[in-house]
Design a protein around this ligand. Structure first.
Ligand code: PLP
Length: 298
């Protein structure tokens, strides 16, 4: 097997087309950018106030590599209450620099050279690039408009090889907008369990669901603990894209390797943004703000 350096892998990956459009649209005044998942709203006022409060209190220093304890506790509570996921805040949760950062951390902590990852496609731009950077091989599982971009078990089965290690689920999906039903989530998790794969579940759009559909977290239906890594973020839910606060919850063994890697990447996400995010989760005004934004999107 040919071993490649990180430099060589980076050379092989094309620059993000969606970012190119974003930069281009930014140069004109009257262009509406449809290119990047940017909320139409400013961050709710009370969350901004919490960040100011953190600055005034001098919370301007490094935090632990896995994130502020206060934030991990709040995330653990949120996961229990809203997603039926039990995650130990000290061992099974890491705060990341946006949900985006979680993917490279996950693949670098889990994949070995040549390991394959099933990725339902079209898909969010980061998935295949980070799998490749980590030495893995992205295997696309095409979804079609004709069947409403549903994930079909047979389509997964035919792409399974002895190198397959993981599958990505993204519901609600960017870019298709499809929301997996509980039955589909269970089928995908069953498939992963039957074939000893991990599931990486990207749930950053979990709050933006319409038409009486319901978000089901794969980790909540898995029969074995540690099978699913849940990735989520404050970006879309609270209109906080520029704050760069996301998180991942999963088995201790994997999370601890991600924390180790985080030390050499950014050490930690921004301290006062973490503080405000922790407060946002426990402030009832946040859910009101989310409902208002959701109604406006509808
Ligand atoms: C499907 C999906 N996952 C993850 C992300 C990452 O978001 P962030 O890094 O802002 O949390 C995005 C951003 O657009 C996305 O669309």
């Amino acid at each position: 097997m040919i071993r490649m350096s990180l430099h060589d892998r980076l050379e092989e990956i094309p620059a993000s087309g969606i970012r190119r459009l974003f930069e281009l649209a930014n140069r004109y005044r009257d262009v509406i950018s449809l290119g990047i998942g940017e909320p139409d709203f400013d961050t709710p006022e009370h969350i901004k106030e919490y960040a100011k409060e953190a600055l005034d209190r001098g919370l301007t220093h490094y935090t632990p590599n896995n994130g502020l304890k206060e934030l991990r506790d709040a995330i653990s509570e949120k996961l229990k209450k809203e997603n039926s996921i039990i995650a130990d805040p000290d061992k099974e949760i890491i705060v990341t620099t946006g949900g985006n950062q979680a993917f490279l951390l996950i693949w670098a902590s889990f994949l070995k050279e040549g390991d394959e990852v099933l990725i339902p496609s079209p898909h969010f731009v980061t998935y295949s690039a980070t799998v490749r950077l980590a030495g893995g091989v992205p295997v696309e599982v095409p979804l079609t408009m004709e069947n409403g971009f549903r994930l079909i078990a047979d389509d997964l089965q035919v792409r399974l090889t002895e190198r397959t290690r993981a599958i990505i689920l993204n519901s609600p999906n960017n870019p298709t907008g499809a929301v997996l039903t509980e039955k589909e989530v269970r089928a995908a998790v069953d498939f992963a369990e039957a074939n000893d794969l991990i599931v990486v579940s990207d749930e950053v759009y979990e709050s933006l669901i319409y038409d009486c559909l319901r978000h089901v977290s794969p980790a909540s239906v898995a029969s074995e603990p540690g099978r699913v890594i849940t990735v989520s973020s404050f970006s879309k839910t609270y209109a906080m894209t520029g704050w760069r606060i996301g998180y991942a919850a999963g088995p201790e063994e994997l999370i601890s390797r991600m924390v180790k890697f985080q030390m050499y990447l950014s050490a930690c996400p921004t301290s006062f943004a973490q503080y405000a995010a922790a407060r946002a989760l426990s402030d009832p005004r946040s859910q009101i703000a989310v409902s208002q934004m959701r109604s406006e999107y509808m």
